[in-house]
Design a binder for this molecule. Structure first.
Ligand SMILES: Nc1nc2c(c(=O)[nH]1)N[C@H]1C(S)=C(S)[C@@H](COP(=O)(O)O)O[C@H]1N2
Ligand SMILES: [Mo]
Length: 160
């Protein structure tokens, strides 16, 4: 009698994806496997949680700025000043969400090496969804897990 091969433990279930939308020329739907297409970074971080103390974790994934830049934010890329009005909202499946400014991750301003993590302590996040990693943050609250949406918002339109 033939049997279909059993999938390895922990690899079943649908692959999670998130919507990348807002003021972008190339809005997209991306999964953890999709995020492997960008150069991968590694971050060993420590953060404090208000309720459970200090946590230390290792994450890998692309830089948020690389993924968002390829989605075509609706700013004038040659003018640094035009980027300052942009906000990034990152929301998890449980509704927890946090904001970053574009300037915070921009190489000409805050230069924060924020990651869209695809692994957490060596485990792939394919089914849980990617996690936001902010090595510069002392508090863990913006490490949004199970990302389901990232919205890029250009704020007030520039005056003509
Ligand atoms: N989606 C989602 N991500 C989240 C949270 C949350 O409630 N929902 N809590 C944050 C907080 S307060 C901390 S300290 C870190 C670590 O949370 P954990 O210790 O529960 O994993 O995850 C962050 N990411
Ligand atoms: Mo926390």
């Amino acid at each position: 009698m033939s049997q279909s091969p059993e999938p390895a433990v922990g690899t079943t279930g649908p692959v999670a994806g998130f919507a990348l939308d807002g003021d972008l020329s190339h809005p997209a739907r991306l999964t953890v496997p999709d995020l492997l297409a960008w150069p991968q970074q590694r971050a060993e971080v420590a953060f404090e949680c208000a309720t459970s103390g200090v946590r230390r974790h290792t994450y890998t994934g692309p830089l948020l700025r690389d993924v968002l830049t390829d989605a075509g934010p609706a700013f004038d890329g040659a003018r640094r000043k035009d980027r300052l009005r942009f906000l990034i909202t990152v929301r998890g499946t449980d509704g927890h969400h946090a904001l970053l400014s574009w300037a915070e991750i921009d190489p000409h301003f805050g230069r924060a090496p924020v990651l869209l993590a695809v692994t957490f302590d060596g485990a792939r996040l394919d089914r849980a969804g990617p996690q936001l990693v902010l090595p510069q943050d002392r508090c863990g609250a913006r490490y949004v897990s199970g990302i389901e949406r990232i919205r890029v918002d250009g704020g007030y339109a520039p005056r003509l």
